[in-house]
Ligand binder design. Structure first.
Ligand code: KIV
Ligand code: ZN
Length: 551
């Protein structure tokens, strides 16, 4: 076992999806999982199967497709597909049901170890925690050969107790011990010392056991803490693309990977990540979750490789290394290539998509090709970025409940903005509605609400262009708040005032049309989530639990 090799465990689809508003559909999760596999993530945490039937279905779909395929994987082996489970039998059963078809399945189970969690959340003694860890890790190991255990809130747990719990997990069959700084409380020196202490003092912890780190970014220290963990013997880092996740998020995949790559002589470590895939994966995650990347974000921000000051530009012209520690191409930032034009045929589009890593059904290809042709009529220069925006939009829409069939809008300075909208419902029936509003978007959204029923309130509407120029594709992102309060058994803080938000995207050369697609996508997600939540609560009640026995 090469001790210099650092495993990248990606939790974008699990901890990342716990970011407020970042709920993703199954189709979006599959797209991201495929991209993570191409990026070379060693482990993909695909979800929390006990959370709801929808989460279970998404994990199963990822396990049986991405988890059995070596296509596109830089290492030539399928990634490990992992499902999260609380340390209880029903969760572990659900996780196993989710991942068992993968070539390399993993169950990740956790139980808190800090006194604060024991006293107020779990109401358990330390002795009870030790027993439950032994029993539940052994149960998971009886189902799955690869078991990861996490002592939740390890960063605030007493080290001596942590060593006992981890030793019990090893005896019960855990092969990866993941150390979470759940609330992002520790500092690099402290966290590094915690990892060193665990490695030195945990009984049974030999080289066959992988020590992993899972840091949250509440103090902006997640990357530094993860790297301090690696310096002290950790061999797996848990990350999320763009650093998304609970509250201030998780360690950013792109930051730790590029720190290890750029400072390879300093760290003396390697990863299996093909860094050239970072930018496209970042964009995909941002577009599926609606979590915009701040312009000055390290590695993937729009300004990460931009040089503004005259002195810097002068230096760059003389020698790139004056102000640049990484080449933009290393992370997949390059001038968008001119690839196809209006005379390109279906085969050329399919071939280009294959080069970009998309293998799509004939039906999706036909729809993408149709949209490509109409875009090519309006836009002279078509790039990879345009094609990717079209195909991801099409793949996302193909899994929608409701879709836009047709739209006509009139607006201007004198007349009342009016929209006529035709929507196709999940059974294929067309519904027609007209409405007036304070602006064209308001009129469209009112007509959509009248057809689909009003489920949400619009909180945010943003427009970005995919590429430059007046004929660029516009990408609209909307954030919609549910009118129904959230009362999920996985969300104990929920209740009368807890309203979830949902994000939708739409892409078109006409931003008003893109806005309609985005709103329908958000309402579709909201309807799916409401159904998921109802099913999860029914399931919790059926298993004799109360609705609010949260993790
Ligand atoms: O932050 C955390 O403690 C977690 C665990 C479930 C690993 O996400
Ligand atoms: Zn976490």
């Amino acid at each position: 076992m090469d001790k210099r090799y650092i495993r990248i465990f990606d939790t974008t689809l699990r901890d990342g999806e716990q970011s407020p508003g970042a709920t993703m559909t199954k189709a979006e999760k599959l797209l991201i999982a495929e991209s993570l596999a191409r990026l070379g993530a060693d482990v993909i945490e695909a979800g929390f199967p006990a959370a709801s039937p929808g989460d279970l279905a998404a994990v199963q779909a990822i396990a049986s497709t991405i988890g059995t395929s070596t296509t596109g994987s830089p290492s030539g082996i399928a990634p490990i597909i992992c499902g999260l489970a609380r340390a209880k039998k029903s969760d572990i059963d659900a996780a196993w049901k989710g991942v068992q078809t993968a070539t390399r399945p993993r169950i990740h189970t956790f139980l808190a170890t800090s006194d604060i969690h024991l006293e107020y959340k779990l109401r358990m003694t330390r002795a009870e925690v030790l027993t439950q860890v032994s029993e539940m890790v052994a149960y998971a190991a009886s189902l799955c050969p690869d078991v990861e255990f996490s002592p939740e809130d390890a960063g605030r747990s007493e080290p001596a107790f942590l060593y006992q719990v981890l030793a019990a997990a090893i005896r019960a069959g855990a092969t990866t011990l993941n150390i979470p700084d759940t609330v992002g409380y520790t500092t690099p020196d402290e966290f590094g010392a915690l990892i060193a202490g665990i490695i030195a003092n945990t009984e049974g912890l030999d080289d066959s056991i992988i020590v992993s780190v899972h840091c949250h970014n509440d103090l902006g220290l997640a990357t530094a803490n993860s790297l301090a963990g690696v310096m002290n013997g950790a061999r797996q880092i848990e990350v999320a693309m763009n650093g998304i996740g609970e509250r201030a998020g998780n360690t950013s995949l792109e930051e730790v990977v590029m720190a290890l790559h750029t400072r390879a002589p300093f760290y003396g470590k390697t990863t299996g990540i093909d860094s050239r895939q970072i930018m496209r994966t970042s964009k995909l995650v941002s577009s599926c979750t609606g979590m915009m990347v701040q312009p000055n974000k390290a590695i993937v921000g729009a300004n990460a490789f931009a040089h503004e000051a005259g002195i810097h530009q002068d230096g760059m012209l003389k020698h790139e290394e004056t102000y640049e520690i990484m080449r933009p191409e290393t992370v997949g930032v390059s001038e968008s290539q001119l690839v196809l034009g209006k005379h390109s045929g279906r085969h050329a589009v399919q071939a280009r998509l294959a080069t970009l890593g998309y293998s799509i059904s004939d039906e999706d290809l036909s729809k993408t090709f149709e949209r490509f042709k109409s875009l090519a009529d309006k836009k002279k220069n078509l790039t990879d970025a345009d094609l990717e925006a079209l195909v991801t939009d099409e793949l996302r829409q193909s899994s929608q409940l409701w879709s836009l069939a047709d739209l006509q809008v009139s607006s201007g300075t004198t007349d009342m903005p009016t929209a006529t909208v035709r929507l196709t419902d999940p059974n294929g029936t067309i519904h027609l509605q007209a409405a007036v509003g304070s602006g064209p978007v308001d009129a469209i959204y009112k007509a959509i609400d009248q057809i689909m029923g009003q489920h949400g309130k619009l909180l945010e509407f943003t427009v970005q262009s995919v590429t430059g120029g007046i004929d660029a594709l516009g990408e609209v992102t909307v954030r919609v708040e549910s009118l129904q309060s959230s009362d999920s058994f996985l969300n104990p803080q929920s209740g009368a005032d807890a309203k979830r938000t949902y994000i939708g995207h739409g892409t078109a050369t006409d931003i008003v049309v893109a806005g309609a697609h985005a709103y329908i996508a958000a309402i579709n997600k909201l309807i799916i989530a409401e159904k998921r939540e109802d099913a999860a609560n029914d399931q919790a009640v059926a298993h004799g639990g109360s609705k609010k026995q949260g993790a």
